[in-house]
Design a protein around this ligand. Structure first.
Ligand code: MYR
Length: 414
């Protein structure tokens, strides 16, 4: 076991993805016990950790996310901050919207329709793939939500969503940019919700006409409509994570560039290899290192006391690289997913647990579906990759290839 009484927050912010593996190395076989933001913190890893963390009797969400994360990434009053009955009713709304039959296909079709137009617009200039994918995803998801936008407006929404994700875990200018981006988008969506409610009566029964209508007229566990700001927060909790797939898109481009052999296989593919590739991108590359909550009561984890109110972290990156679960975890090998969908608590890049009753991300199927389409689109792209810095710095959270992946002379192969 590694126990530190010295607060480790500054070390986490400085070391990024290397912070937890560093403590784990010092801890040997036992759990890491440290302090973050002044709180006793116990890290769960290894067998049983995902199941332990997602047991509602063990970990609660209320009060777990610090203000700087709420005011940038997640939003105040979001589903992520609820427990028990309040969580279940709000979560049902997300599940019914994000996992509805045909919903993922409809969103993916919007991305696929926009992609060739975007590529055509890159003629004669270098582009940063990360920025371009964010703009296409923003246009696709806003349209799908029921908020069709011009290309320019979609690009701005994409930039704001990227800023929220990019700046939530970092003090300084990136953080203030994230706060401004959230405030701007919350304001705009609050207005949309208020206008929609004023313009027409609540839809009576049946399937709502759009995601926007469903969120605007959603009633929480207390039977009340969400206040317009919370409705805006939850709309952003659909739009922003979709745009955040740009991180996985550049990781996919990085993987294709590092091993071009995958491209040939993807070009002759019926989608099966692209899906396996998408799963492997989500497993292999560093995105969310861990997830946190508060001990709901006095607990013990592998003989270590976890007093009520302690911060409990679940090591997501460690789970995705556990050699007991993933042989040769540091090899990028999509074949490990050929012909099989991963057991849900083995592959946890977006968290684990049960999607309907627990805190598992309800957008995970969307992420896999869209990333599969993105992988196919990238494999079909003929382009030059100019000299650039493609290193992935581990101290930066969230990280990505430094250059954002610059392309030149791009065109879709016929
Ligand atoms: C979303 O928009 O909800 C998806 C984005 C999740 C962000 C995950 C990036 C993790 C990087 C840092 C963790 C730092 C903990 C202080």
């Amino acid at each position: 076991m590694f126990t530190s009484v010295i607060d480790s927050t500054a070390s986490l912010l400085a070391r990024g993805y290397a912070w937890l593996p560093g403590l784990q190395e010092r801890a040997g076989e036992g759990p890491v016990v440290t302090r973050l933001m002044g709180r006793r913190t116990v890290v769960l890893d290894g067998p049983g950790s995902v199941e332990f963390f997602y047991d509602e009797q063990h970990v609660r969400r209320e009060g777990a996310l610090p203000g700087p994360v709420l005011d940038t990434l997640i939003g105040r009053g979001a589903v992520h901050t609820l427990d028990g009955g309040g969580h279940r009713v709000r979560k049902d709304m997300f599940v019914s919207l994000l996992m509805a039959e045909g919903g993922i296909a409809a969103l993916t079709e919007r991305f696929v329709a926009r992609w060739p137009r975007a590529v055509a617009g890159w003629q004669g200039r270098e582009v940063v793939l990360f920025d371009e994918v964010a703009a296409v995803l923003a246009g696709a998801v806003c349209d799908w939500v029921g908020l069709p936008l011009s290309e320019g407006a979609a690009r701005s929404v994409g930039e704001d969503c990227v800023a929220m994700v990019d700046g939530f875990a970092t003090p300084g200018p990136r953080h203030w940019k994230a706060r401004r981006a959230r405030a701007r988008q919350e304001r705009a969506l609050r207005r949309v919700v208020t206008e929609l409610r004023t313009a027409a009566p609540a839809p009576s029964g049946g399937r709502p006409r759009s995601v926007l209508t469903a969120v605007a007229w959603h009633r929480d566990a207390d039977g009340r409509l969400l206040d317009p700001r919370t409705a805006a927060v939850e709309l952003l909790n659909i739009i922003r994570p979709t745009v955040a797939l740009s991180w996985f898109a550049v990781f996919a481009a990085h993987a294709l560039h590092s091993a071009p052999v995958h491209r040939d296989r993807l070009r002759g593919d019926d989608g099966t290899y692209a899906r396996a590739f998408a799963h492997e991108v989500r497993r292999f590359y560093p995105f969310a290192p861990f997830i946190g909550g508060l001990a709901a009561r006095d607990l013990r984890w592998r003989d270590v006391p976890v007093p009520e109110g302690s911060l409990v972290l679940l090591d997501l990156y460690g789970r995705n690289h556990d050699p007991e679960v993933w042989p040769k975890p540091c090899d990028f090998d999509p074949c490990r997913f050929m012909g099989r969908e991963p057991p849900s608590n083995d592959l946890v890049p977006q968290g684990g647990g049960d999607v309907r009753t627990g805190h598992r991300c309800p957008g995970e199927d969307i992420a896999v579906g869209l990333l599969t389409a993105i992988v196919g689109a990238l494999a079909d792209l003929d382009c030059d990759v100019p000299e650039q810095d493609l290193t992935i710095p581990l101290h930066r959270m969230p990280t990505r290839p430094r250059s954002g992946f610059v392309l030149a002379h791009a065109r879709t192969a016929v």
